[in-house]
Design a protein around this ligand. Sequence first.
Ligand code: AHR
Length: 660
Amino acid sequence: MKKISISFLIVFLFATANIVAQTGKVYTVKANELKAEIQPTMWGIFFEDINMGADGGIYAELVKNRSFEFTNPLMGWKITRKKFTEGEILVLNRKETNPANPRYIQITTTNAERGSLSLTNEGFRGMGIKKGLRYDFSVMYRIKSPGIKLHIELINNKGENIGEGLLIPAKEGDSWQKQSVSFNASETEPKAKLNIWFEGTGIIDLDMISLFPGDTWKDRPGGFRADMIQMLADMKPGFIRFPGGCIVEGRELTNRYQWKKTIGPIEERQLIMNRWNVEFAHRPTPDYFQTFGLGFFEYFQLAEDIGASPLPILNCGMACQFNTAEAAALSEIDPYVQDALDLIEFANGDATSKWGKIRAEMGHPEPFNLKMMGVGNENWGPQYVERLKIFRKAIKEKYPDFKLVYSSGTDPSGDRFDYLNGELRTLKADFIDEHYYRKPEWFTQNVTRYDNYPRNESKIFAGEYAAQSANTATPDNKNNLQTALAEAAFMTGLERNADVVNMASYAPLFAHVDGWQWTPDLIWVDNLRSFGTPNYYVQQLFSLNKGTNEVSLLANNQKVTGQDGIFGAACIDKKTNELILKFVNTSDKPQDASFVIEGVKKLQSKGTLIVLSGENNDQVNTLDNPNTISPKQQEIILKGKSLRITLKALSFNVIRAKML
Ligand code: AHR
């Protein structure tokens, strides 16, 4: 017996020494030494209507200012007429009877024909039109004097007609009617316009002038841009944080996000100015408003569609502290708290409850299974804690198992953070929301940030983060390979600490190349195309290779946290019986890596290696070259319980191997 052990030991040592000699570095994985459990929610997404993320983005409406409610009621519209006649076009306001949607337009015509009088909408930096696709035009109208026909045309950038329909308003009378006409486009055009010209003699009121493509996500009328949603679905996110972000707070309290104003018929959803309209003097976006066509019902539905848990963030009775710092008096905080309670009922209540009934009437009698909610976004100071306590008491009293996320402010360190961290832990916060918009070096230097966090207290939600290549929120920031690898390195630290960090999301999510305010962003789009940044692929690879339990990974008895620029984490997936290794090489040299896998009987001889890499740190993806930095998959051969690969310079590597 003793003899066998010694000879086994000699063989083993020889084998190990051989590996060391050949490779220089040996990583030992103990696949049976289970560490943190990785939550299904671990890798999620953060959605905010910034950078034309919703209006002009995933909300597929092509008409800008469709209900004439922008501050300038005709912004986005151009009136063309042969000769000026006073009163032909009037913007009327009925705010006493319709405060949510006060304005509409009144057209008066006499013997009108092509060229007499038309209204042209420029879209959101143009309209993306696809050849052969159906377009659905709709309008709300009220005939004051019959006789007007509406000719609907799509116009390309040369002024040519690329699709048309005719709408003859059918119903007379004092009430508003909705009517639609659909037609196909004959040409693809990224910057089309919608032209409506009037024929005949009469008077008509128009509102909610709308055009949607026929290929929305799940073919829902008035729905989402499918290519953009597909990119989210392809990430299989664990949760969706919504609606932000600073949008939650508003510049001042009247400009805050109020979910109750975002549900029900779209013509009754009261538009507000998007706070990003005026936030950055260097990136003004005067035509940025929130129509709430993407409201809370659509948000819950989207989360359900793509298998993500909803994670709404609600206003805590405080507006943005960088802007006005306006706070609701404590004596007037009840409506804010009631909004939170009612949102839970809207999501989960049965159809006999007040808000559950509204959800059911909107087409979703089943609950949305909401389990958590954030109170406040990037709020700080004692006034935040005071308000939080009121929310916490009311919500936990009614829903004891409901989980609450609290903000730790704008920064991951400093006095404000330290104060809140202490207070929130005293309050036994379920989740503390930490944000970091920092240079790439911060991310690599902070890979061990959570190694010494308390294990059995509040969990961490890394609710907003992105490596900033130049400086926080400056327009020079790029979504380059360096930032993506820095985030990947940092995320190995989040994964290693999955017992403390239960959720994480990159921010912001979307940006339109012609309408952004903030960079970097995960996904960039124009009117027809979308592409993932290197950072997108990092998020996607972590999410698709999540695993269920972290396992021990050591090199020279140390965690792999940046020695020679290498960062690593190892987990298993109990459901598929696979070992998953994630390795980031931030150095500019290829590095050999040998892996010795312990604690498994056997590994399948063929495994998979997915590599995200490039030639240099500055590389980016673009609309024209969307795959410069994108994952490449190959088969790898495992020898018994060992594996040797070369980690390319500047690379993120995911290795999967079946445990037998
Ligand atoms: O992600 C962009 C902004 O950054 C968010 O709205 C805000 O929460 C943070 O300051």
